[in-house]
Design a protein. Structure first.
Length: 277
């Protein structure tokens, strides 16, 4: 993607777009352009990308915004380049160099220590709120921000290449994991970051022209329950159904494959928590 286009699409539907965010734009910039292009203000995104980063940004369009919270909570995958030997004020190449560090004698071992369930201290320039303010805003105001460590999980971290003090990595991780923090804790900083997956949405799906319909997209997020006509009518009016037999939230589809509702088993019944009909 060389840039986010502003041409209008001929129709407006509910669903999702996968955008390949270019470097230099904020996630909010991408949303603002999409609002003009699609002719609706009801657009949000799942998981903020820093301006320096590129790659998958999932946009929810109209009713799709109701499902963004479930996408944000999913697994993420990134390609990144870490420059060892220098710490910066932002944990990436856009900050000032604040300290020199020794390059690990065993680089593979240093990165291996960042896998599994780990306690990670987010970058001080993250979007985490502290007393109602974003951490990065407090840093810009000159405050010294120290965010407590929290548990995250790095499912897989592969070293793709080592060029002197630069290391290319491929990381699959839980929501809330900061790749910049991995770079910092290995004694370096990020020089590039590209998100390739959010949940089951991948960079191969990126398109400014295609909107993924709700009924198709939920297959990548939830277990599916197919409703008959009677059940569809019951759900339409917010009535509960026989239990789905699942511990997690279930997406209920109409006989035509449209998203009818999200259902959750409670007290022996499948109760609608969001209705889309």
């Amino acid at each position: 993607m060389t840039g986010v286009q502003t041409c209008a699409l001929p129709i407006l539907i509910n669903g999702f777009q996968v955008i390949d965010k270019p470097s230099g734009m904020t996630s909010h910039d991408v949303v603002a352009i999409a609002r003009k292009r699609l002719g609706t203000r009801k657009i949000g995104h799942a998981g903020t990308l820093d301006p320096m980063a590129t790659g998958v940004l999932v946009l929810g369009v109209n009713a799709g915004t109701k499902l963004l919270q479930y996408i944000t909570a999913g697994k993420k995958r990134y390609l990144a380049t870490v420059k060892l030997g220098q710490l910066t004020s932002t944990d990436d190449k856009e900050g000032e160099v604040i300290a020199a560090t020794e390059i690990p004698t065993d680089i593979a071992e240093a990165f291996a220590k960042q896998t599994g369930k780990i306690m990670q201290r987010p970058s001080s320039v993250s979007a985490i709120r502290i007393d109602g303010k974003r951490a990065y805003d407090l840093v810009r105001e000159g405050e010294n921000v120290e965010i407590p460590a929290r548990e995250v999980e790095v499912y897989d971290l592969k070293i793709l290449d080592i060029r002197g003090n630069e290391v290319d990595i491929d990381v699959s991780c839980s929501a809330g994991t900061y790749i910049r923090a991995i770079a910092r804790d290995c004694g370096g900083h990020l020089t590039s970051l590209r998100r390739t997956e959010v949940g089951k949405f991948t960079i191969d799906q990126a398109s400014e022209e295609k909107i993924i319909p709700m009924g198709e997209a939920v297959n990548a997020i939830f277990p599916i329950r197919e409703l008959d006509l009677l059940e569809t009518n019951e759900v339409k009016f917010g009535r509960s159904l026989n239990p789905s037999g699942k511990s997690e939230i279930v997406a209920a589809l109409t006989p035509n494959g449209e998203l009818a509702a999200l259902l959750e088993d409670k007290a022996g019944r499948a109760k609608p928590i969001s209705v889309f009909l």
